[in-house]
Design a protein around this ligand. Structure first.
Ligand SMILES: [Zn+2]
Length: 379
C-alpha cells in the first residue's frame, strides 16, 4: 500500500471539466485504488484527495488525478495493462491472473475498444466482402463487412437483413459509395438488394468461398436425408461424417480418408455429391466469361442428372445468380482470405462470446482485423 497526498504547490483541477479551481471545498477524502503489481507484489494506492468548488461546472467536484479516475477502483496504467492482456488472453484468464472480477476486466477492455474501434472508418474502401456469422447454430446472426484489400473488418451489425445493411451503407457519403467497385457475398437476397440499391455500379461477386460454403449446406441436407433412409448398418458409417464430406480431401488424415472412402463406397448419392463439390471449384479456374459460363452449365447438367430435390434447388439458384459467378472473371476474389477470416472469427467467438454482448464481440473482431494504419490508444 502506497499512501499518496496532493501536491500543495499546484492548484487542483476539476475532474469533470479539467478547469483549474481556486476553492477547496473539503480535504482528507481517501480512496483505495488498485495499481500495477510492483516487483511481483499486488499494489494499492491509498489516495488522499480534495473536493473543489468548480465555477465552470457550478458545483462541488472531486479533483482531477493524473493517474486514475477518482471514481474508479484501478489506475489508468493497470487498465491499460488489462487491455493489452485482453488482446492475447481470454477475459477469464486475465481476471484470474490479476485476481479481479471477470466483469470488471471485460468492462475495461470494452472501454478501450470503444475508444479505438467504436467508430466506423469508411475511408479507402474499394472491394468489400460481406458475410454473416451465426452466433448460435442456425440463428442469431451478425453481419461482417470486410475491406477485402486490407483485411480490415470495417463494420459489424446485428442480423443479416436489409435493415442491417441499411445501417452500414447509411453511414457512407455518396462519394464513398461510388468508389465501391465490387462486393463479394453469398447468394443472399437481402444483401444483393441493398448493394444494388446503394452501389448500383458495384459488381456483385459470388466468389468460390461462398458458393462452396452454400453447397456445403446442401451436402449437409442430403447427408441427413441419406442417414434417415439408410439401413442400420450403413447409418453407422454415415453418422458423424459431416466434416469428412465438407473438408478438403488433402486435409484429412489417413484414417479419416479411409472412413470417407468407405462412406462413398456405400452411398452412391453422397459419392456423386462429393465429386460435384470438387467440380464446383473448377468453375472458378476460368478467367474468361464464356469459358466460365460453359463450366457452370456443364456442372449444372451433371448435378441435375442426380435428380435430387435439394440439389435441383441449388442448381436453380446457381443459374439464377449466374451473373455474380461470371463477375468473378473481372474481380477474382480469392478464397484463402475469406476462409481465414471466417476461421479466425469462429475462434474469437469461442473465446469472447461468453458474455453474450454483441457489441463487445463486434469490437473484439474489429480489433483482431484492424489494418496496420490503426494506432493504439495511448491515453
Ligand atoms: Zn468543472
Amino acid at each position: 500500500m502506497i499512501r499518496i497526498r496532493p501536491d500543495l504547490r499546484y492548484r487542483p483541477l476539476c475532474h469533470d471539466c479539467g478547469s483549474p479551481t481556486g476553492t477547496v471545498h473539503s480535504k482528507g477524502h481517501l480512496r483505495i485504488i488498485r495499481d500495477l503489481p510492483l516487483a511481483g507484489t499486488d499494489t494499492w494506492l491509498q489516495v488522499g484527495y480534495r473536493k473543489v468548488w468548480c465555477e465552470e461546472c457550478g458545483g462541488t467536484r472531486v479533483e482531477q488525478l493524473t493517474f486514475a479516475d477518482a471514481n474508479k477502483r484501478i489506475t489508468y496504467r493497470l487498465a491499460r495493462y488489462i487491455y493489452e492482456l485482453c488482446k492475447i488472453m481470454t477475459v477469464e484468464d486475465v481476471a484470474r491472473h490479476l485476481d479481479l472480477n471477470p466483469k470488471t476486466v471485460k468492462a475495461i477492455d470494452k472501454i478501450f475498444l470503444q475508444k479505438e474501434f467504436g467508430r466506423t472508418d469508411y475511408t479507402g474502401l474499394r472491394i468489400l466482402a460481406i458475410d454473416e456469422i451465426a452466433l448460435k447454430k442456425g440463428h442469431n446472426y451478425m453481419t461482417v463487412v470486410l475491406d477485402y484489400l486490407t483485411g480490415r473488418v470495417v463494420w459489424m451489425g446485428q442480423g443479416r437483413s436489409k435493415e442491417t445493411l441499411d445501417l452500414f451503407f447509411g453511414g457512407m457519403t455518396e462519394e464513398q459509395k461510388a468508389t465501391i467497385e465490387a462486393v463479394a457475398i453469398d447468394m443472399w437476397e437481402p444483401y444483393i438488394n441493398r448493394i444494388q440499391h446503394y452501389c448500383p455500379n458495384a459488381k456483385i461477386v459470388f466468389d468460390m468461398f461462398h458458393v462452396v460454403q452454400a453447397f456445403g449446406r446442401v451436402i449437409d441436407e442430403i447427408r441427413r436425408e441419406e442417414y434417415f433412409n439408410a439401413t442400420l448398418k450403413d447409418r453407422m458409417v454415415i453418422k458423424g461424417s459431416r466434416y469428412l464430406l465438407l473438408r478438403n480431401g488433402e486435409n484429412l488424415s489417413k484414417e479419416q480418408r479411409g472412413r470417407l472412402y468407405k462412406l462413398l463406397g456405400i452411398n452412391a448419392t453422397l459419392h456423386a455429391v462429393y465429386v460435384l463439390k470438387d467440380q464446383l471449384k473448377v468453375i472458378y479456374h476460368y478467367r474468361r466469361r464464356q469459358a466460365t459460363k460453359r463450366a457452370l452449365e456443364s456442372w449444372c447438367a451433371m448435378a441435375e442428372e442426380l435428380d435430387q430435390p435439394d440439389l435441383n434447388r441449388f442448381v436453380k439458384r446457381l443459374r439464377f445468380f449466374e451473373y455474380g459467378i461470371l463477375n468473378h472473371c473481372d474481380h477474382s476474389i480469392g478464397t484463402s482470405r475469406l476462409e481465414g477470416v471466417n476461421n479466425k472469427i469462429k475462434l474469437i467467438k469461442r473465446k469472447a462470446y461468453g458474455f453474450h454482448d454483441d457489441r463487445y464481440f463486434a469490437l473484439k473482431i474489429k480489433q483482431a482485423f484492424a489494418d496496420k494504419k490503426s494506432t493504439n490508444y495511448l491515453g
